[in-house]
Design a protein. Sequence first.
Length: 326
Amino acid sequence: MKIIVTGGAGFIGSHLSEKLLSLGHLVSIIDNFNDFYAREIKEGNVSFLKENENCTIYEKDITAFEDMDNIFKKEKPECVFHLAARAGVRPSLKDPHLYEKVNITGTINILELCRKHKVKKLFFASSSSVYGEQNKVPFNEEYPLDHIVSPYAATKAAGEHFCRCYSALYGLKIMALRFFTVYGPRQRPEMAICKFARRIDSSEKIEIFGDGTSSRDYTYIDDIIQGLLKALEVDFSFEIINLGESTTIYLKDLVSIIENNLGKKADIIYGEYQKGDVTKTFADIKKAENILGYDPRIDIKEGVRRFIEWYKANYTKGIYNKQKNK
């Protein structure tokens, strides 16, 4: 199958592209290699994919419609995984206009191109952040999205609404997948597990916002990729589906697991809760189990162990040390 992966040089996108290629698909990666973190990290993510004759990499921006149109004309994709986005809750508070441009305008561009070029299936990477500050757990896909607390979350919810609209208007087969805090090898350097590991290992202070009892549903990268591949196999019209582990852990307990794997103690300072952050996430994955046959298997202890193993093998490299103070 001919498949386009937007954001294919990123954390999730590179893992997905690697797996799709191993299964014999023809993969076109679109990524603008922006400066959200060190460019060399993304280049490292896809360096080995460049050698695969079934992989083509385009350094283009999803907000540039004409460039995207030319790629779609050339590649004639049957399926698109739209993972490209401006990521991060806290940075979205500082530059909401950028998040609106990339995450909304960019998504509309992809939707228009899927309509124009008659793409058979589109998978949109949404986020657990669309649930906002919820009291009732676990988070079910039927919950109204009326508790959003960050511009990032608002752009992802808007993307879902545009997906629903295009499916209803043009009959596009679209699945919006709400990811719950994905982690693992190649994880973005500013995300909690990666940042904490780096700072604890370097004997630097780590900052915890609040008292350490905020909780997250962390999802190991292999389980997310499993869900995406299963989604590719099923038939649907329009669906919104959670992809998580459906278990939660307190932030303070996560730090303990990282400490144990590094064999070092964290020097912790506590700060106030940050605007835009939520106190908890928790995925109801019954729909994913029923429709996709989704079966997450990597719990947080095993996932962190695997990540730290990868970290020790890779974070002595200069490209990662550039992120030291971020």
